[in-house]
Design a protein around this ligand. Structure first.
Ligand code: PLP
Length: 391
């Protein structure tokens, strides 16, 4: 019953905006050419559509089209950035720096490199989930080639001070990669102002289709180079082989443009909805995780003490939210993000991440808050009874 569902999991993925779908449709059936087939009109149409979209996406982060490499999403972009730079600059040094609360796509790529001759420093965060830029500065060594820090955290919404980090990495001659999958379309991004060298983007976190994303790769001052992950065909200037996903690219660009145009009003509206939800939950939720101000507008990660959030979400099927101790595997384990901000495992069990988005309404916030509040009270009462009963 999708119409009945209250979808509050926009940090996991977003629905495709109908305007995005409409823009994509002709690129499946009418302009279906291969963008690499330059010998006929169908190929040229596809190529020019993709190039126009590339320019739009680049513009939205103050870059140019030539700086954009299309990928299957931010997971691939993070892999390409980190593995690609590590291999390219291995002669210069084999030390990389990242942060404890990064997405798995970053942390596991670093773990893979650590098992293959690179050294990784993982810098911690404070209780709000922010990394101290001076801690990054202290971690930089003479053999450091790359620092990888996300712009916005997917679990708690905290924004890092990328401008301060970019100033440090530029001064020290170290490359800076930023995973902006969660921030793109929600907060303004300027790769020059932030002094970022590589940036990962994903369409499906901003009302575009799944399976398409991009890596921004700075071409001058400094010119960043990398080793490709995929070979075969020389697409994307040899850095990412494979036939371009033209409908996806068109949808990605449309989604990016809509998000840019509506960012100011939407972030205000969505953050008001989030506050309404938080107010509605105030009877049963005790804590709100993440930074109080440097935070994504729609992300609300809260603790319901004394319950297991898995049962809460299972027994409240109308409300689609995530475990705060978010974990994509079947076996839940403590979230590395909550652990990094000092939440113990028992407390983390009661954490739920609500992420509000474009099509949510005030009424949905009120209904979700009522349903969750009632269920938390039921679970707390049940637990109180079972604790009171002798073994
Ligand atoms: C969703 C997400 C990713 C992965 O993006 P995909 O496009 O789904 O591969 C990476 N980093 C962050 C911060 C994310 O939120």
């Amino acid at each position: 019953m999708p119409s009945d569902r209250i979808y509050l999991d926009h940090n996991a993925t977003t629905p495709v905006d109908p305007r995005v779908l409409e823009a994509m449709l002709p690129w499946f059936t009418e302009h279906y050419g291969n963008a690499a087939s330059a010998t006929h009109g169908a190929g040229c149409d596809a190529a020019s559509g993709a190039e126009m979209a590339r320019a739009h996406i680049a513009h939205s982060i103050n870059a140019t089209g030539k700086d954009i490499i299309f990928t299957s999403g931010a997971t691939e972009a993070n892999n390409l950035a980190i593995q690609g730079v590590a291999r390219q600059y291995a002669e210069r040094g084999r030390h990389l720096i990242t942060v404890a609360t990064e997405h798995r796509a970053t942390l596991e790529t670093c773990e893979y490199l650590a098992a293959n001759g690179w050294e990784i420093t993982i810098v911690g965060v404070n209780h709000d989930g922010q990394v101290d830029p001076s801690a990054i500065a202290e971690a930089i060594r003479s053999d450091t080639v790359l620092v990888s820090v996300m712009l916005a955290n997917n679990e708690i919404g905290t924004l890092h001070d990328i401008a301060a980090i970019g100033k440090i990495t530029r001064e020290r001659g170290v490359l800076l990669h930023v995973d902006a999958a969660q921030a793109y379309g929600k907060t303004p991004i300027d790769v020059d102002a932030l002094q970022v060298d590589l940036m990962s983007l994903s369409a499906h976190k901003c009302y575009g289709p799944k399976g398409i994303g991009a890596l921004y790769l700075r071409r001058r001052e400094p010119r960043v180079r990398l080793q490709p992950l995929l070979f075969g065909g020389g697409h994307e200037r040899g850095m990412r082989a494979g036939t371009l996903n033209v409908p996806g690219i068109i949808g990605f660009a449309r989604a990016g443009t809509i998000a840019q145009n509506e960012m100011a009003t939407e972030s205000e509206r969505i953050s008001a909805l989030k506050e309404r939800l938080w107010t509605g939950l105030s009877d049963v939720a005790t804590r709100r995780l993440g930074h109080p101000t440097a935070c994504l507008p729609g992300t609300l990660n809260v603790i319901f003490p004394g319950i297991d959030a898995r049962y809460l979400l299972l027994e409240t099927p109308r409300v689609a939210a995530s475990l705060g101790a978010a974990c994509t595997s079947v076996m839940p384990k403590p979230s590395h993000v909550l652990r990094a901000i000092g939440i113990d495992w028992r407390t983390a069990e009661g954490a739920v991440r609500f992420s509000v988005g474009r099509f949510n309404t005030e009424q949905e916030m009120d209904e979700a808050a009522q349903l969750i509040t009632a269920q938390v009270k039921t679970l707390q009462a049940r637990r109180a009874v079972s604790v009171a009963e002798p073994e």
